[in-house]
Design a protein around this ligand. Structure first.
Ligand SMILES: [Ca+2]
Length: 112
């Protein structure tokens, strides 16, 4: 294999965070925007439908609404609040691989 200029080009933007469409809330299977991804404008009561149940390891809220992730289906269980237009973040605590539903919660103010 010849090492040429092409090898010095950056990885495809489609491999990471940049896949997240502006205006959406995105979740990723892997850290730093890697792996499988799902994106939402309003949410999902059951992340099995997106193949992302108990898999969220990183996320990015590119929407103008607060979003909330939940351990249980149908917006139940322990929740995690994500401020509008914040991130991207990789989860390093116990909430890794926990989220089972997610929705926009525009009236909510996240605690600091
Ligand atoms: Ca869960």
């Amino acid at each position: 294999m010849t090492v040429g200029q092409a090898d010095a080009e950056p990885a495809s933007p489609a491999a990471g965070w940049d896949r997240c469409p502006a205006g959406n809330f995105c979740i990723f299977d892997g850290p730093d925007g890697t792996g499988g991804m799902a994106w939402f404008r309003s949410g999902s009561a059951d992340l099995r439908g997106q193949g992302m149940d108990n898999r969220t390891t990183s996320y990015w809220n590119r929407s103008s609404s607060t979003f909330t992730m939940y351990d249980g289906y149908n917006y139940t269980g322990e929740d995690a609040c994500i401020t509008a237009n914040s991130g991207p973040w990789t989860i390093t605590g116990h909430y890794d691989n926990v989220a089972s539903s997610v929705r926009a919660t525009p009236g909510r103010t996240c605690p600091l």
